[in-house]
Design a binder for this molecule. Structure first.
Ligand SMILES: [Zn+2]
Length: 394
């Protein structure tokens, strides 16, 4: 099943209604209230219709639109690279439950819905970290790590989870399938589905990007920290093919030595692979596929989005975009929704139970990513548009 590429697909699915309206000005004018959900005028340039559709969708459900990405420090940090480590050592897959966590029968933890504004969804749909509330302006950090003064946007006070669609922008497309599927777009489509499903269950979710633009890894991590999320879940589709496999080659990279990240990974692995396995697909997979740590020669978590955030963080490599049989599945009508349900099931279970999941690989993979996720050549997307004005009627 062919679908329009990423952003366009999402926008058309969500619809473009409700994009009219005014933006909320910076603070003195009281914190945004939910009933009058702030909407946004359609952007003129690249940024996505997706962002607006998202905001509109969130508004439609009466939920505060919450999303995220952030900003930066130069360090040429590596983006999660999709190549499979060729020299991965043999490892045993076990179903051991890592140390269990306190069960929270009380429901999801509280997330602030007012108070300090930690982030902002700009009028163009870009999520930025708020460095300082200056009264009539917000000083923010842009995706490329610059500071900027913004007058309006949708305020963010915190979130349970940051969903991070890997890659984005002209330079960093991620993997590209034989049929032309671009990983960055596929990741975003799945991210939107996951976020929608999680929100329907009461979780507060932010996205690190809503469109096809560059967000360096360091910025994604800073945004997660700024919004004080409990978990970061980074989404990817793998390449190149490691060889045939009887089962989905799903890989979940978790922080080394952090039991709760490992447990989250195990729960996601179980739900995702159980769902994928129902499809009639010729899978490929690495010998050590499963829930594992990937460490560099220094013994640190190799991938920046796993290593950098203070929050618990995992990367999901759902499968192999480089495998035509899997690419076809990823382009099917139900794929994004199925993954949305699977990941939301796992995350809900992570918050509310002490279940441990499956697929744990005991031996870390050693890998030193090259990386295109740094700040070099980073170009910020438009954050505001000329002519934007705050409501005059308050
Ligand atoms: Zn990727």
């Amino acid at each position: 099943m062919r679908r329009p590429s990423g952003a366009a697909a999402v926008a058309s699915e969500v619809g473009t209604a409700a994009l009219e309206g005014s933006l909320r000005p910076a603070s003195p004018v009281e914190p945004p209230d939910l009933p009058d959900c702030p909407a946004v005028k359609p952007a003129r340039r690249l940024l996505p219709a997706v962002a607006f559709a998202l905001l509109a969708a969130a508004c439609a459900t009466g939920e505060r639109p919450t999303l995220v990405p952030g900003s930066t420090l130069p360090d040429g940090d590596a983006a999660p690279v999709v190549e499979v480590e060729a020299e991965a050592t043999e490892a045993t897959t076990t179903t051991t439950v890592p140390d269990s966590l306190p069960v929270t029968d009380e429901g999801f933890p509280d997330v602030p819905t007012e108070g300090r504004v930690r982030g902002l969804i700009t009028p163009t749909g870009v999520v930025v970290e708020v460095l300082e509330d200056l009264g009539d302006r917000y000083e923010v950090r842009t995706p490329c790590g610059e500071t900027a003064l913004l007058r309006w946007g949708t305020p963010l006070y915190g979130a349970h989870v940051m969903i991070d669609p890997g890659h984005g922008g002209d330079i960093e497309t991620g993997a590209v399938g034989d049929a032309g599927t671009v990983e960055a777009e596929l990741n975003l489509e799945v991210a939107l589905s996951i976020a929608a499903e999680m929100r329907s269950r009461g979780l507060v979710v932010v996205l690190s990007r809503h469109g096809d633009y560059r967000v360096p890894i360091v910025s994604r991590a800073q945004l997660a920290d700024a919004l004080d999320v409990d978990a970061v879940i980074s989404l990817h589709h793998n390449a190149p093919n490691p060889g045939p496999s009887d089962e989905p080659g799903t890989e979940i990279y978790v922080q080394d030595g952090r039991a709760q990240a490992r447990r989250l990974g195990g729960l996601i692995y179980r739900e995702v692979t159980n769902t994928l396995a129902r499809a009639d697909v010729s899978w490929v997979g690495a010998g050590d596929a499963g829930v594992l740590s990937v460490v560099n020669s220094e013994g640190e978590d190799a991938y920046g989005i796993v290593r950098r955030p203070a929050a618990l963080s995992v990367i999901i490599e759902f499968g192999y975009l480089s495998n035509p049989s899997e690419e076809e599945l990823f382009n099917s009508e139900t794929y994004a929704d199925d993954m949305g349900t699977a990941v939301a099931d796992a995350v809900e279970r992570w918050f509310l139970t002490d279940d441990g999941g499956t697929g744990f690989v005991d031996v870390p993979r050693v890998f030193n990513p090259g990386g295109t996720g740094g700040l070099n050549g980073c170009v910020d997307p438009p954050l505001e548009r000329i002519g934007d004005e705050p409501d005059t009627d308050g």
